[in-house]
Design a protein. Structure first.
Length: 223
C-alpha cells in the first residue's frame, strides 16, 4: 500500500519539462511526509497537460454530503477492483493522473516496535510517478479536487514489507497512462525488482507533524 510519501523541495521546471506540463498551479509547500487528507500535486491529461493541487483521498464527483460523513478509506485503490468499485470506476475511465514523488514509506516489524523504510525506484527523471485517479466534487459548498494512488501486488523487493505496492509507472508509460493510449491493466504491476531501492529511515516519519529532508535519509544499512 502507500500511506505516506515524499515529494520534497520540487524543482518545478525539471518536473514540468519531463511531464510536458504547460498549465500549472503553484506546487504545494515542500513535504517529505505527505499523509492522507493533505494536499499534493497531480498531473492530469489535456491539451496541454496541467498540474493541479489536490487532496489525497479520493472523493468521487457524485459525492454531495459533508466530507465528515465520508467514512470510506480512499487514499489507495486496488487496481484490480477500481474499474468496478463505485468510488473509483468513473475516475478510472475519465480521471487518470500522475502523482509525482521521490518515493514512499513502508513499515516492518511488530506493533509498537515498527521500523520505517523509504522505498524508491531508480529513474532518469527528477523522481517517480505513481499511477493515480482524480475527481472534482462539490463538497460543503465548494469544489474539491482529490486523488487516490493505485496499488498492485508487491514485487519480491518489497513484499516482505507489505503485500501491496503503489503502481510506480516507468517513464515511457506516463503518457500512455494519462492519455488512455496504453493497456491500463498491463501497467498495473510493481516496478522491476532490480530498480527498487529501500533503506531504513528515522522513526520520526511516523508522526505526520514531522517534516524535512532528513526524514528520507538512510539510518540503517538498507536492503
Amino acid at each position: 500500500m502507500c500511506g505516506r510519501f515524499a515529494v520534497g523541495e520540487v524543482e518545478m521546471a525539471r518536473w514540468d519539462g519531463w511531464l510536458e506540463v504547460e498549465g500549472a498551479e503553484p506546487w504545494p509547500e515542500p513535504s517529505w511526509n505527505v499523509a492522507p487528507t493533505q494536499t499534493a500535486a497531480i498531473i492530469v491529461a489535456g491539451a496541454p497537460r496541467s498540474r493541479l493541487s489536490a487532496r489525497w483521498g479520493l472523493v468521487p464527483h457524485w459525492w454531495r454530503k459533508p466530507l465528515a460523513e465520508m467514512k470510506a478509506t480512499t487514499f489507495n485503490a486496488r487496481s484490480e477492483e477500481a474499474v468496478q468499485k463505485p468510488f473509483f470506476r468513473d475516475a478510472w475511465r475519465r480521471g487518470r493522473c500522475l502523482v509525482p514523488a521521490l518515493g514512499y514509506f513502508e513499515w516492518s516489524g511488530r506493533k509498537g516496535a515498527k521500523t520505517p523504510w523509504f522505498v524508491t525506484v531508480q529513474s532518469n527523471s527528477p523522481g517517480i510517478c505513481f499511477a493515480g485517479l482524480w475527481a472534482e466534487a462539490m463538497v460543503d459548498g465548494a469544489p474539491l479536487r482529490s486523488f487516490t494512488v493505485l496499488t498492485c501486488a508487491a514485487g519480491v523487493a518489497t513484499a516482505h514489507l507489505h503485500p501491496r505496492s503503489p503502481v510506480i509507472l516507468a517513464e515511457d508509460a506516463w503518457a500512455g497512462w494519462l492519455d488512455g493510449t496504453a493497456d491500463a491493466e498491463a501497467l498495473m504491476t510493481a516496478p522491476p525488482d532490480s530498480r527498487v531501492e529501500l533503506w531504513e529511515v528515522d522513526g520520526r516519519v511516523g508522526n505526520v507533524r514531522q517534516n524535512g529532508p532528513d526524514l528520507i535519509q538512510r539510518v540503517g544499512l538498507g536492503l
